[in-house]
Write a protein that binds this ligand. Structure first.
Ligand code: ATP
Ligand code: ZN
Length: 303
């Protein structure tokens, strides 16, 4: 099968236009955001119920729904060309895949935590103790690099209760807000990895020009949707004399668009500002003399 070794399902039809395959989580924390993203980039497909596969009506792409733990392997083996999965799982599986793009959701961190009143202050102090985790490879790799060799106890759930049950001296766990740690009297003493959902690709698929074309189309669309989220579109009226001050606040993507108004000496200014600096920009614009500031969201932004 195209010399790609282990290959359960050919990712490319032997003849005709290559249809890409993408794996995503069937049901879990990443599912809704992933579906939202795929719809936002214009893909039309059915995603209801417990289906295993969807075919896009308007793009050469099939979607495979799976357990998140299996996705790094699917991509590494070439069962699918693309995957959307937490970076933490790529790290856990040590999967030979290429990270193409962080996606801006599913934020969490893999941390080392101990009981709140434990005297342990640093991971090295756990070197020869017991660690409970659902991420045994990540935990082992981390402590290997520290030069320690704790007993790693693999649990598939409720890892956070292991220390209070006396089952372990520490845990290696994912946390998003820290509330689960807090609830279980745990305190993080080290962050192993910052994670978010990422788009990953099989290296062979990336090197195949036929599939690469469509992978690039998907990348371009995701970039446009993500760029649009980073910006707000502003329209405001201002006296012409305020323009230099306004330009200093909002350089715009290139330069703001300035349109003369019927009122002599007045102009309308259109520009995009980064969401992060949004409120500060508005305050400075008002101080510079801008009035009737209108703000709208962007849907797509091609830079
Ligand atoms: P599956 O049934 O697919 O195996 P799961 O229960 O193992 O699902 P989820 O809990 O849905 O997995 O988490 C999926 C991913 O969401 C994680 O791998 C991680 O990247 C991300 N994530 C974000 N916040 C958290 C959190 N607080 N705890 C755990 N994972 C989180
Ligand atoms: Zn899982």
């Amino acid at each position: 099968m195209g010399g790609r070794g282990v290959d359960f399902v050919p990712a490319t039809a032997e003849t005709g236009a290559p249809t890409l395959k993408l794996a995503m989580q069937r049901s879990g924390r990443l599912t809704q955001d992933t579906l939202d993203l795929l719809h936002a980039i214009g893909l039309q497909f059915e995603s209801y119920g417990q289906r295993l596969f969807s075919h896009c009506r308007n793009f050469p792409l099939s979607i495979l729904y799976g357990r998140d733990d299996d996705i790094p392997g699917y991509v590494a083996l070439g069962t699918v060309d693309l995957g959307i999965v937490g970076r933490n799982l790529i790290y856990e599986e040590n999967a030979a895949v290429e990270e193409l793009l962080p996606l801006g959701f599913g934020y969490c961190a893999l941390v080392v935590a101990v009981l709140r009143d434990s005297p342990i202050a640093a991971p090295t102090e756990l070197s020869s103790r017991r660690i409970a985790t659902s991420y045994p490879n990540s935990a082992r790799r981390f402590f290997d690099e520290l030069g320690g060799a704790p007993d790693i106890i693999e649990l598939s759930g409720s890892v956070e209760v292991a220390p209070s049950l006396g089952l372990a001296d520490g845990v290696v766990e994912l946390t998003a807000t820290g509330s689960t740690l807090l609830l279980n009297d745990l305190r993080s003493i080290h962050t192993i990895l910052e994670s978010e959902a990422v788009l990953v690709a099989n290296p062979v698929a990336l090197a195949d020009p036929g599939r690469r074309v469509n992978i690039d189309r998907i990348l371009m669309r995701i970039d446009a949707v993500r760029a649009a989220k980073r910006y707000k579109y502003l329209m405001m009226n201002a006296p012409e004399s305020a323009l230099p001050a306004i330009r200093a606040v909002v350089p715009g993507l290139k330069a703001p668009t300035v349109v003369p108004l019927a009122d002599p000496g007045w102009v309308a200014v259109h520009t995009a500002v980064e969401e992060e600096a949004f409120w500060e920009s508005i305050e400075r614009l008002r101080a510079a003399g801008a009035t009737e500031i209108l703000v709208s969201s962007l849907e797509k932004l091609m830079l």
